[in-house]
Design a protein. Structure first.
Length: 478
């Protein structure tokens, strides 16, 4: 049963008791093989619950997601501890050992408010003024909306290391709404700003990216653009492009349609900002789009073509290929940065996806200047279905040994349920035969994957998402 606790007149947090862990390990850690599923944790918050992103630091796992236990969607933030022997449990030092359920916008004029959490990050801080950064502040971001895709805005919340809200952060009516203390709401457009990913800088600036649009919803009703935004350490719009927002347009109009663009990942790139997504025009497939910004939101002229790198879907063909970009990650290889992008592709045909089209995963690796890294896979990319049906990669990360790890879902023809897969590739793009079965691990439990992460020591792989309606964390041995 949910129990509402009112922290202040504006801030409401709903702590919910966790389910007891199932048996923590499929095998003890020393005996387990790379790729073995060691632990499953499912958090039942009383509704349809999912974890959408995670961050791992020194044996602790921070997650953000969404629950509709209240009847409307709310953001969830929680912290788990991992003892290195497969155990996963809520950290009793964070919000009393309970998840936080958070509503960005308490505007009484928005009674059908929906919230979602899509990214989480940590900022190291010095808690006792001894010059040593020994703790973390937690930033969690996502979207808040009045419902049914109406007035969708970006939200960022800041929590102290014990899970309490930082009441000095945000609280101002930025772009409308009534953000609770400890959070800010930002509108880059009049109507619609979804958030896919974000991070916090060492100075406490929150930077996030997603999709922005104006106009009513519906087929052809909105022109969707790729956008990024920046908040300063107080939760106010920072100097960044145009008033805290950078909205990109690509491709112009075609037969009355504008390009549809979206960012799926954004990250710190040695003090610069890299956003990765896709751009498409109707009947032309999608292109991969990478944009690198300087610290003020201006394009980085040393990257791609004046700050922008576009890779045509045809690079992965023939045949013509319709692709969706799902995630991206950074790695350092031989002291140089590499950018890894993962997604899903479908044989396109003459502007129509044929019935029974082949569905593949693709991985592309770029050099730090935006050129394709020809040393990876075949001519810089991998295209494979891994021998699975209806494969859909959802997340990618890089471990300390420069191996690319991809997690996602695949179709199960028996009963129609989906399972998940985790695949590991070496630094050259070959499947790692020491992981799972020929580099791939699969499960079959009606899971939905949202994100993948690596423990700080590189020995644990965490996958988060949804399992049977509850928020899920899987722990695999790395």
């Amino acid at each position: 049963m949910l129990k509402k606790i009112v922290i202040s007149s504006l801030l409401a947090i709903t702590p919910v008791a966790a389910l007891a862990n199932p048996p923590p390990c499929a095998a003890n850690w020393p005996a387990a093989a790379p790729g073995d599923l060691l632990a499953t944790h499912v958090e039942d918050l009383g509704g349809y619950d999912t974890f959408n992103a995670l961050k791992s630091k020194k044996g602790k796992i921070f997650v953000v997601g969404t629950t509709n236990a209240s009847g409307f969607d709310d953001m969830v933030v929680a912290k788990y501890r991992h003892d290195g022997a497969c155990g996963l449990e809520l950290d009793p030092g964070f919000n009393g050992g309970l998840p936080i359920v958070f509503d960005f916008d308490l505007d009484p004029n928005a009674p059908f408010n929906h919230n979602s959490g899509t990214w989480i990050d940590l900022r190291r801080i010095d808690t006792d003024d001894d010059g040593i950064k020994d703790d973390h502040e937690i930033y969690a971001g996502g979207t808040t909306e009045m419902g049914q895709g109406i007035l969708v805005k970006a939200g960022v919340a800041k929590f102290l290391s014990d899970g309490s809200p930082d009441l000095s952060y945000g609280g101002g009516p930025l772009g409308g709404g009534l953000p609770v203390p400890g959070s800010s709401i930002l509108a880059c457009s009049v109507d619609y700003d979804s958030v896919a990913d974000g991070f916090v800088t060492s100075e406490g600036e929150a930077i996030f990216a997603g999709q922005s649009a104006n106009g009513p919803g519906g087929l052809g009703g909105r022109n969707y653009d790729f956008y990024s935004a920046k908040m300063d350490p107080t939760g106010s719009p920072a100097p960044w492009a145009n008033g805290g927002c950078a909205v990109e347009q690509y491709g112009g109009l075609l037969n009355g349609w504008d390009a549809t663009e979206f960012a799926v990942s954004t990250m710190d790139f040695d003090g610069k900002v890299l956003s990765v997504g896709a751009a498409s025009i109707v009947n032309s497939g999608n292109d991969i789009q990478l944009i690198r910004y300087l610290s003020d939101g201006a394009y980085d002229p040393s990257f791609g073509n004046g700050g922008v790198k576009t890779t045509s879907a045809l690079t992965l063909g023939p045949p013509a290929y319709y692709l969706t970009v799902k995630d991206a990650a950074l790695a350092k290889l031989f002291n140089l940065r590499r950018i890894v992008v993962v997604g899903r592709g479908i044989d396109w045909g003459a502007g129509v996806i044929p019935v029974g089209s082949a569905i593949d995963m693709f991985i592309i690796r770029y050099l730090e200047d935006g050129d394709i890294d020809m040393a990876f896979g075949t001519n810089g990319f991998i295209r494979s279905d891994l021998g699975l049906t209806s494969i859909e990669p959802k997340a990618v990360t890089i471990d300390r040994w420069k191996r690319t790890i991809v997690a996602g879902e695949y179709g199960n023809p028996v009963g129609g349920d989906k399972g998940i897969f985790v695949a590991r590739f070496d630094m050259f793009g070959n499947l790692d035969a020491t992981f799972g079965v020929n580099g791939v691990v699969t499960t079959n439990g009606r899971e939905n994957v949202a994100e993948i992460g690596i423990a700080h020591d590189g020995k644990s792989i965490f996958v988060v998402g949804n399992l049977g309606g509850g928020a899920m964390i899987y722990l695999f041995k790395g």
